[in-house]
Design a protein around this ligand. Structure first.
Ligand code: ZN
Length: 470
């Protein structure tokens, strides 16, 4: 274990990211069962969170709730969410004094089956499955069958917290089809969802991924959809219908990019929270965190105040002041996530200054065809000035040309640093500039902002950004 820790320090010293995956990777080479054993030493076990979108933010929210209940938490860092990153965190936890009580891990959705099998989490929060990085995961169906197999292997010691508004996730947990009751020897299941239909979409967006009933194959209807394919679904044929969730957000108020207020009914009473992280997707994340915190034994009265203290994970609603303008970083890395980012930006008043950054590196996915599935069109009549940058800036420019944006409003500056300068210079003093980057573009933009003293260095936040993200 000393060798593994030294490898981490070495990696950091050599500037290879924060080194947060390296010690775990070394340890796994030396002792393949190390994470299993280290996890068993945690007296309160492990809480794991997985999803295509929102796992980083939800894990942070859960961490705030656990801390409020005086639990000593060992957590992996955003981005280091494969088995190696989780193992690194367990290794660091085993050397900490005092020892941690509980592990809290956000886990990459493809890595989850192995991580869950090894760590036997007491609480497993499954939030959503959207299309992401087609070249990496292949079809959504492939992930779904991996998750199904994993859930089949879970026993009654696990509480599975699942999103009732995501038909696919609910049915993978063995619920949601007519007559389905879950296995008697299977995990305890707690469902969560959002009931505030004032945020209904007129119709599911083009990026909606799950439009077929997994019980019978017929068309799935939404009455209504709130976010992508998530909402009150109903099968047109077999009678499958979204159940009343155990933990349900009755009202959600969206305050632009400043935050959200929500009121959530739970079996342990109502939880009200005012959270400085924006967008309806974060209302889903917060509701998942509330359900997960309750399942982990956090008293309900501590949860609302704890969520109020949670802060945006880097690049996810994070703000930075630069040259008298306010930059708002809103990660947009797949169609469903980008749609929610667009929706959040549209909550803001007035004409918009927007910087879109499109990279196609490994952690972004090399296939950028997903940008054609994003509904950027509602932005068009609100955009005052659009700056486009990144490795694939010209692909994105083409996307906005086809959308019909006035070319006079569009500025293509492929390199990140000059693009940030151009976007800032093009916005009036005091204005907000909304930055919509893919994952590695977000890391690059943050590096520029760190160089200029506008934000904290991201490795202080613990992320190495090498493993992809959520
Ligand atoms: Zn059906």
């Amino acid at each position: 274990m000393t060798i593994a820790r030294t490898a981490g320090r070495l990696s950091r010293a050599l500037g290879r990211g924060g080194g947060t995956s390296v010690p775990g990777a070394v340890l796994l080479r030396l002792d393949e069962t190390a994470p299993d054993r280290l996890a068993r030493r945690l007296p309160d076990g492990v809480v794991a969170v997985s999803a295509t979108n929102g796992k980083t933010t939800t894990a942070r929210m859960l961490g705030a709730c656990l801390a409020a209940a005086d639990r000593r938490v060992v957590a992996n860092r955003a981005g280091a969410n494969l088995l190696s990153g989780v193992t690194t965190a367990l290794l660091e936890g085993s050397a900490a004094s005092p020892r941690p009580d509980i592990g809290l891990f956000e886990v990459d959705e493809a890595a989850l089956p192995e991580v869950a099998t090894r760590l036997s989490p007491r609480v497993l929060v499954l939030m959503n499955l959207f299309r992401d990085q087609l070249d990496r995961y292949g079809e959504l169906e492939c992930l779904a069958s991996l998750w199904h197999e994993m859930i089949e292997g879970l026993g009654p010691d696990t509480t599975l917290v699942v999103n009732a508004d995501d038909h696919a996730v609910l049915t993978l947990a063995g619920l949601g089809c007519p007559g389905a009751e879950g296995r008697p020897d299977g995990p305890r299941v707690v469902t969560f969802g959002v009931d505030d239909t004032s945020h209904a979409l007129a119709e599911p967006p083009h990026a909606a991924d799950a439009t077929r009933c997994r019980c019978c194959g017929a068309e799935l209807r939404h009455e209504p959809a709130l976010l992508g394919h998530m909402g009150r679904w109903r099968c047109s044929s077999c009678g499958a219908v979204r159940p009343e969730p155990d933990v349900v957000a009755r009202s959600v108020a969206l305050d632009g990019v400043a935050g959200i207020e929500l009121s959530v009914d739970t079996p342990a009473g109502r939880v009200d929270a005012s959270i400085p992280i924006p967008g309806l997707h974060n209302a889903y994340n917060a509701t998942a965190a509330i359900a997960g915190a309750l399942a982990a034994g956090v008293p309900s009265e501590l949860i609302g105040p704890a969520l109020g203290t949670s802060v945006a994970a880097f690049g996810r609603g994070e703000q930075a002041a630069l040259s008298g303008r306010q930059l708002v970083l809103l990660l947009a890395k797949n169609p469903a996530g980008a749609n929610e980012t667009v929706r959040t930006v549209l909550l803001e008043p007035g004409r918009l200054h927007v910087l879109v950054a499109l990279n196609d590196r490994t952690a972004d996915g090399h296939d950028v065809s997903w940008i054609w599935d994003v509904d950027y069109e509602p932005l068009l009549e609100r955009i005052e000035r659009l700056t486009i940058c990144g490795d694939r800036a010209h692909d994105m420019a083409l996307r906005f040309r086809y959308a019909g944006l006035d070319p006079e409003r569009m500025h293509v500056v492929p390199d990140l640093a000059p693009a940030i300068d151009a976007a800032v210079a093009g916005a009036p003093e005091g204005a907000r500039v909304y930055v919509l980057p893919t994952y590695t573009a977000m890391l690059g933009i943050r590096e520029v902002l760190v160089d200029r003293g506008a934000v904290e260095a991201f490795w202080r936040d613990g992320a190495d950004g090498l493993d992809g993200d959520g």
